[in-house]
Design a protein around this ligand. Structure first.
Ligand SMILES: [Zn+2]
Length: 126
């Protein structure tokens, strides 16, 4: 199983590893370069580790966790993130400046959904 343990263990940006974006169910990945670029930009501004709580999801995994059908996670355009020791509103404001096209604000669960959908700017909160 040694091969499986190191699968996707590749640094793809100064602060990100490919494995962080993999579907936890099947280890497959799709990742749009623009999403990675914006996340790296965010990482440089906040100077704190970004925990990717959900990156790519295959449709089976997405269904299993109750994600919306046609989720941007399923085409490599979205990531859910958590950052320790930073106010979620502050984090949101920084993400607005980086201009992610989709931003979901999850106050109770304390995370942000960020995406680079090619359509119009979309914002929501839960
Ligand atoms: Zn999967």
């Amino acid at each position: 199983m040694q091969m499986l343990n190191s699968i996707n263990n590749i640094n793809i940006a100064p602060h990100f590893n490919l494995s962080e974006f993999a579907c936890p169910y099947c280890k497959r990945i799709m990742l749009r370069p623009l999403l990675l670029e914006k996340l790296e930009k965010l990482r440089k501004i906040i100077e704190k580790p970004i925990h990717i709580t959900s990156g790519y999801r295959c449709s089976r995994y997405n269904h299993q966790i109750g994600g919306v059908t046609n989720s941007y996670h399923c085409i490599g355009l979205a990531a859910d993130i958590k950052v320790k020791d930073i106010n979620l509103i502050t984090l949101l404001e920084i993400c607005e400046n980086i201009d992610f096209t989709g931003i979901g604000f999850y106050e109770k669960k304390n995370f942000l959904h960020l995406d680079v959908r090619p359509t119009e700017r979309t914002r929501w909160r839960e």
